[in-house]
Ligand binder design. Sequence first.
Ligand SMILES: [Zn+2]
Ligand SMILES: [Zn+2]
Ligand SMILES: [Zn+2]
Length: 298
Amino acid sequence: MKCRRCGEVAQVALPSHHTGFCAPCFETYFLKQVERGIHDHKQFTTEDRVLLAVSGGKDSLGLLLALTELGYSITALHIDLGIPVSSECARATVEAFCQKHGIEYHILETASKGLPIPLVKKHINRPICSVCGKIKRHWFNRFAYENGFNVLATGHNLDDEVARLFANTLRWDRAYLAGQGPVKPAEGKFVKKVKPLCRLTEYETAVWCFLKGIEHVLAACPYSGGASFTGHKKLLASLEENSPGMKMQFYGHFLERGKPAFEAIQESAPPLNECSHCGFPSSQEMCGVCRIKQVLES
Ligand SMILES: [Zn+2]
Ligand SMILES: [Zn+2]
Ligand SMILES: [Zn+2]
């Protein structure tokens, strides 16, 4: 196969786009797709103050480098969960990466907020990853809001989005189907959330990281059994193999035809409360994170 852009020997095959690229042209392609995701979904411009949630994994670090190369000035936030060995490793990876590329970054330790994850795990009888996800989402948003960032970006890619959409569709979860997508507008103390990798697959992101020599950690969390939606992802991968381009089509058509319908239903939903304890959005009197803290303190 020949590279679509320059005609040299292609090194990266992209069946879903019926094409292939040589290494330098793949990098150009990758950056273009990131820029197109940002632009098409009106995620942010160089005028915005963007905070990127960085775990130390390939998606978030790959995105951080891509955004920097595209000329955006991005601040990174890493949340240190306080898990022995793995958190230290993830944190060191993020610190080394940001220092190497001259990127401004912050570290927030959940332990300093009264929420070291090993202690949370001991006292909360729920799957730990859902709890640690809740804590991270709370603090990513809260840090952005309290420090004057108007956009919070995450490294979710097309595969993450399609797997989540598939799971939401299996349950016909109207609230989630209304809320899912590459951009979520600000609401109250929720800052605007964006996913600039929404046009790129896990494979493409991995290739980008490999070509760029990005050192990343493999699993951000040793308590989890692996990436989320693993079963769904396998199923979707085999569908994609039989009909290349299916993932992008499923997601794209959802955004165009499905999401607006679910949003229309949600408009009558009651607005979010503010947590009586921390003041951040909550569906109940006290938010999930403050309730966890209460359990730990008692
Ligand atoms: Zn080329
Ligand atoms: Zn976890
Ligand atoms: Zn709260």
